[in-house]
Design a protein around this ligand. Structure first.
Ligand SMILES: Nc1nc2c(ncn2[C@@H]2O[C@H](COP(=O)(O)OP(=O)(O)OP(=O)(O)O)[C@@H](O)[C@H]2O)c(=O)[nH]1
Ligand SMILES: [Mg+2]
Length: 334
């Protein structure tokens, strides 16, 4: 299934129904008064954020959304029925932007948050509204107003607490599967992961956290090499970055610098984000080699942990470290 995190779409709210011109016609009442009903209001187009979705895939199949028009008023004081609203469900983390200027119009962070994308047109007034002492038989009614119409851009930035970053093949997806119940594709070639994956980390008494696994970054990603920086937007909102390093790669040290540089190129503040460095694939090295690399990386980062996603070594400790860190950051925020 394709992952879509950008789309353009068109919305059109319903037009208001027209007001009606009509007069009472009853037997033995020669001049009946005006009785034209008002037009109904057009339906709105409403965008609703929901936690249940995590892709904009639906927009691939549908990019035009039109709400129902209001009905016209009728004789005998019958008002037109209002048009039905249309509700477009989008994942939490969606950002609605002006299609031309790119200005952000709504950042839909919370489950249940709504954005009125297009307001329905008001219904027209029937001829009774225009009756007066001097004009008892008004031949005037107003037309319904048109519903609003717009083009929007929508962008998704997934909402997760922890973002996994690293070179392709570092073992990010393996780790996601060990830390959460997620079941991502894992393979021994680079760029196995082509779209972000989410998993829920639950451990002991901690509040659960959401982890996002994104495609690997490579040198020059900021210039579009590999899959580029496109997917980094999905770790923008995370509070902790879990940087995964393959210790069995002879270039592990340079690889660390490559990822740090790419993160900085994307957004300066990603570098200041809390980092946890996971030194992975420790099962492939002997203890001495691991100790050497551990020492080297501890000079670079505060939080460093040696693990093996394959054997499960130190995974419970990593879970606790991640959840404690997120908990502290959450407490500082509130
Ligand atoms: N020996 C060993 N192999 C590992 C370990 N973790 C992952 N692997 C292997 O490394 C390869 C890459 O693992 P993935 O989890 O797919 O790596 P990834 O970082 O998600 O890769 P991309 O999606 O391509 O960016 C697979 O063959 C895994 O089985 C580990 O701790 N030890
Ligand atoms: Mg992967």
């Amino acid at each position: 299934m394709a992952f879509i995190d950008e789309a353009k779409f068109y919305v059109k709210a319903g037009d208001g129904g027209n007001g009606c011109i009509s007069f009472r016609r009853e037997k033995y009442v020669p001049k009946g008064g005006p009785n034209g009903g008002d037009g109904g209001k057009g339906g709105n187009v409403i965008i609703l954020a929901t936690k249940k979705l995590n892709s904009l895939l639906d927009f691939r199949y549908r990019s035009h959304f039109k709400a129902q028009n209001g009905e016209h008023g009728k004789g005998k004081d019958m008002h037109g029925r209002g048009g039905k609203d249309i509700i477009i469900k989008v994942p939490t983390g969606s950002i609605i932007k002006h299609s031309e200027t790119g200005e952000t119009l709504a950042d839909l962070i919370d489950d249940g948050q709504i954005f009125l994308a297009a307001a329905g047109g008001k219904g027209g007034l029937g001829n009774p509204h225009f009756a007066s002492g001097t004009n008892r038989a008004p031949r005037t009614a107003t037309k319904g107003r048109s519903g609003e119409e717009f083009w929007y851009k929508i962008e998704l930035k997934l909402i997760a607490d922890i973002g996994l970053v690293g070179l392709p093949n570092a073992g990010k997806s393996t780790l996601l599967s060990k830390l959460s119940g997620a079941n991502p594709k894992i393979a021994s070639y680079p760029f196995t992961t082509l779209e972000p994956q989410l998993g829920v980390l639950q451990h002991k008494f901690f509040d659960p956290c959401i982890i996002a696994d994104i495609p690997g970054l490579i040198k020059g990603a900021h210039e579009g090499v590999g899959l580029g920086h496109r997917f980094l937007r999905h770790v923008e909102r995370t509070s902790v970055l879990l940087h995964v390093i393959d210790l069995s790669d002879p270039e592990a040290k340079q690889n660390y610098d490559i990822i740090s540089f790419e993160l900085e190129q994307y957004q300066k503040d990603l570098v200041d984000r809390v980092h946890i460095l996971a030194l992975n694939k420790s099962d492939l090295l002997d203890d001495e080699e691991v100790a050497d690399l551990d020492k080297y990386f501890r000079e670079k980062e505060d939080k460093v942990i040696v693990i093996s996603g394959e054997s499960g070594d130190n995974i419970p400790a990593l879970k606790s470290l991640l959840l404690e860190t997120v908990e502290k950051l959450r407490a500082n925020k509130s």
